[in-house]
Design a binder for this molecule. Structure first.
Ligand code: PEP
Ligand code: MN
Length: 263
């Protein structure tokens, strides 16, 4: 189902009128985690003003250490749902547990399966039975073939609205958090009809590299970007080092538009 051979034309995933795939660049932005209601709503309004199309924010966080901030759970979902009402932008959040799929569907428009769960086949099947589009991140060390087979798990359950997201892979390089695999974009476009977006924030792990990686992703044919933005990155409870300030996000939007117009 995932293969270009079975479907020649590009799949366009329609999220409340926002079309992912085809010829447009969809920008999804927001903090790594939803931390505080007032702060999240204010950031959401700012992101809308700066041209973002969709909002992100984690309520369930897959943290490396069990002692760091784990997310606000349902309280966070209520906040993101309020931001969606306020801005009229669709929202995406990550699911960690099959038991939360229905809960998330009550509040959000897109369900994210994170890198760490790319081969959680039970979870893939569960989101495959959901009516919501799925944003499927590439696993930390997954090959393109493994990533596409993970999408196949979702589609085999009947949910064909899958958006792939390249977010960097583990390599021997340690300067960046991960290594952004730009070649994954044309490779996926060749092998599959599904849209592919890029998350330069988790790839770089450094906010200063988010701009250059975004520009290269768009130039290479990505259908959109997933960008972490925080009003006060140095105070962020999660991933502050890779988060753009709203000012830097505004700059990025300008650069991305210029590249999109040129390709
Ligand atoms: C995230 O988007 O917040 C996240 C945890 O990303 P990844 O699964 O790519 O690490
Ligand atoms: Mn993050």
């Amino acid at each position: 189902l995932v293969s270009r051979e079975t479907k020649k034309d590009d799949t366009i995933v329609d999220i409340k009128g926002i079309k992912v795939g085809g010829n447009n660049i969809v920008i999804i932005a927001g903090p790594c985690a939803i931390e505080d209601k007032e702060q999240y709503l204010e950031t959401a309004v700012t992101l809308k003003r700066l041209g973002a199309h969709m909002l992100r924010g984690g309520a369930f966080k897959p943290r490396t250490s069990p002692y760091t901030f784990q997310g606000l759970a349902e309280e966070g979902l209520k906040i993101i749902a309020e931001a969606k009402e306020l801005t009229e932008m669709p929202v995406v959040t990550e699911v960690l547990d099959t038991r939360d799929v229905e809960l998330i569907a009550r509040y959000c428009d897109v369900i994210q399966v994170g890198s760490r769960n790319m081969q959680n086949f039970v979870l893939l099947k569960e989101v495959g039975r959901s009516s919501l589009p799925v944003l499927l991140k590439r696993g930390l060390s997954a090959t393109i073939e493994e990533w596409l087979m993970a999408a196949e798990y979702i589609m085999a359950e009947g949910n064909h609205n899958v958006i792939l997201c390249e977010r960097g892979i583990r390599t021997f390089e340690t300067y960046t958090r991960n290594t952004l695999d730009i070649s994954a974009i044309p490779a996926v476009k060749h092998l599959s009809h599904l849209p592919v977006i890029v998350d330069p924030s988790h790839a770089a792990g450094r906010w200063g590299m988010v701009g250059p990686l975004s520009r290269s992703a768009v130039a290479a044919g990505a259908d959109g970007l997933l960008i972490e933005v925080h009003p006060e990155p140095e105070l962020a409870l999660c991933d502050g080092g890779q988060s753009l300030t709203p000012e830097n996000f505004a700059k990025l939007m300008k650069e991305v538009r210029a590249v999109a117009a040129a390709v």
